[in-house]
Design a protein around this ligand. Sequence first.
Ligand SMILES: [Zn+2]
Length: 254
Amino acid sequence: MLFDTHAHIDNEPLYSDLENLIPTFKKDGIDYIMLPAVEHESWPRVLSISKKYDMVYGALGIHPSDVAKTDIKVLDEIAHLLTDYPKIKAIGEIGLDYHWYDNKEQQQVWLRRQLEIAKQNDVPVIIHDRDAHADVKRLLDEVDSYKSGVVMHCYSGSVEMAEDYIQKGAYISLGGPVTFKNAKTPKEVAKIVPLDRILIETDSPYLAPHPFRGKTNSPSYVRLIAAEIASLKGLSLEELAFHTKENAKRIFKI
Ligand SMILES: [Zn+2]
């Protein structure tokens, strides 16, 4: 019944146990998982895992953490990989991270290039935005990424900015932080995002929701995120699960 739209199941400790974990995810009501790439070395894992497991779809891209050590020519591989691997449904995760990395201009060059590739191939982008709200928004506007689709992964901005993104056609994805007791803004955002624009994600193995905060995260815990958002919106878990799953299938064309 649930779609975890962001889980790095190719990272440890999940990856080496995936054979056993996939059936437990299914048993816990997880129907689909979106696996985004981070570094170029992860692309073969994303391709093989999404090919091997029915429930897993993938995204290819280079995360801002890795652009400094990667040759931008690798992006030329994406178009043919999208053709050869039909379960690759997005470009991600890509974006800007000014919290951990100060190569701002280089990150922007990479983000713009990857937004253009997504637009050319008519696939959505999965956006990582850490302390870079204004530049992320500007680049999405300049490339005009909304028609091919925008997912704001682990959205951490204000209510006003969420409203602006929603009005432009983006999807807002919420994760573990919405379950944290002192997370005032994510809870406010969860209340205002329309039911046809909200997505849920774990960001496994990172960012585990309450009461597993600080522990290894798992796609199975997306249920806790769904339950919190359902209660904030005054809906049943089933209703929230249904809409978030339909939204994810729509944006990723599944
Ligand atoms: Zn991620």
